[in-house]
Design a protein around this ligand. Structure first.
Ligand code: ADE
Length: 247
């Protein structure tokens, strides 16, 4: 996958994109990420990318020319399977489903804003707009990193074991079951016996049940969208009984 990020703060991306799984994916060539500083495309001698809003008001607005010139110099608008994403709190809310959809693309551009907002005409050149949640950050860089990370790990070959994300919270639609590793007892807190039993079927059922319990207790609205299998229906009824018995 080819990703191009249009930003006036390319240095912000160095840590996340040069570490761990994203770094390996770039080294393997599965993921190509280019950072483009759209200040380089500013038209005046001060290299200004923003200006006062027409009509007055607080703050500055990103001008259209640097962003659109940067896009035109670095982007093939006719290439197949692409999205040009404006990163903005006004966009669709990004979630795991959107990550899956975007992971199937070959080419993604992210335009990161700063200041009070974008000149509205920039919107004519983009295909999607995404927000990472209902809170306002100082710019689009951190949201772009979040989205690239969530998308990249779904590209085949980026994570070694595909199963490791197929069991993730949200991938399945349920929260993940509790996990334990060594030691078997830590400060008097014990690993559940079933996980030490070696009985794979019992372990599978326990995990499924605890995944349902966790989702019911923490994110019950996820269950409204989730299609329960006959086995899951039985397990969820058991969980509900146990939880009401426990007050
Ligand atoms: N820019 C500022 N806040 C943002 C958010 N929550 N999502 C996307 N872009 C943003």
């Amino acid at each position: 996958m080819n990703i191009k990020i249009f930003t006036i703060f390319p240095e912000m991306f160095n840590g996340p994109f040069n570490t761990s799984i994203l770094h390996k994916a770039r080294e393997k060539g599965i993921l190509k990420i280019d950072l483009i500083n759209f200040r380089d495309y500013a038209q005046d001698k001060h290299k200004s990318v923003d200006d006062y809003p027409f009509g007055g008001g607080a703050g500055m607005v990103l001008r259209p020319e640097p962003i659109i010139l940067a896009l035109e110099a670095n982007w093939d608008f006719n290439q197949p399977n692409q999205e040009i994403i404006l990163v903005t709190p006004q966009g669709e809310i990004f979630n795991q489903e959107k990550a899956k959809e975007l992971a199937s693309k070959d080419n993604l551009a992210f335009i990161c804003g700063h200041y009070e907002g974008f000149d509205e005409r920039i919107r004519h050149f983009v295909t999607r707009e995404f927000s990472i949640g209902d809170y306002v950050l100082t710019g689009g860089e951190i949201p772009a990193m979040v989205m690239v990370d969530a998308i990249a790990r779904l590209i085949p070959g980026v994570i070694k074991e595909m199963e490791s994300f197929q069991e993730d919270s949200f991938y399945t639609g349920l929260l993940e079951y509790p996990q334990y590793t060594r030691p078997r007892v830590f400060r008097n807190l014990k690993v559940p016996d079933v996980l030490l039993s070696g009985n794979h079927e019992k372990i599978r059922l326990w995990r499924k049940k605890e995944s349902l319990r966790r989702t019911l207790k923490r994110r019950p609205e996820l269950l409204d969208k989730y299609e329960l299998s006959p086995e899951e229906k039985i397990l969820l009824e058991e969980v509900k009984k146990e939880e009401s018995a426990n007050g």
